[in-house]
Design a protein around this ligand. Sequence first.
Ligand code: SAM
Length: 263
Amino acid sequence: MSDRTVTSLTNPTVKAVRALHLRKERDETGLFVAEGLKIVTEAIETGHAPAILMYGAEATTHPLLRQAMAATRAGGGEVIEVTQEILAKVSRRDNPQAVVGVFHQVFMPLEALAPSAAPCFVALHRVRDPGNLGTIVRTADAAGCGAVILVGECCDPFSVEAVRATMGSVFAVPIVRATEEAFAAWRARWPGSVIGTLLTATMAHHQATYAKPALVFMGNEQQGLTPEMAALCDVNVKIPMRGRADSLNLSVATGVMIYAATA
Ligand code: SAM
């Protein structure tokens, strides 16, 4: 079944996969880890075969595992049966998923984005929290957005935490990185509305015109959208705050904005 069986935590492949918890290792290798047979299957269905497929004995009878094994081999990857202990270390979880895939990271270049491909795109300025980022990628997928654009220094969309929060959408939504300068130059050619989000805005989000394709621009969890980034927008809006909370969580606010822009 497997190409080989590994039982030692000191096996070089196991050590290399465990090291992918570090951003430095992910950046250097261009690889990342995604856990669970459902997500691995999702990846394969969207054209991303694992470079390494690890599985535990309990998964061996699952029909989807056979498909995943075949797709991994067809893509030149390796299939390894491992122990529960190794799965736990690789996932850093006491109750790990029985299947773990190692994949190549894909970033789409900013210039390769086709604005006509979707009614809405999402840009995030200096997003810091991997759970927020993963949830936003999942929401962007659910709403049919064309891409999530990471502007400036952001957290890693391929960290284990971010990938978990995407629930597989990391393979479905193009992810783009851009410096603030590159984004500003590219945004100048955007054919639809660019809508920023500011807690100080006077216009409510439902009063804005979202000319398609709409580009929704969200700010950092602590600082919000900086004045320089807000100035790049056609309009800045606020989601009305009716209780005592002074702001929404970034991923919740992004969900509200995406659905307003695609209504
Ligand atoms: N202290 C920050 C500030 O003053 O902007 C709070 C940032 S908020 C937690 C993070 C991001 O979520 C904001 O930059 C904005 O993009 C979005 N956001 C949160 N609440 C919002 C609201 N009521 N209206 C519009 N955007 C909101």
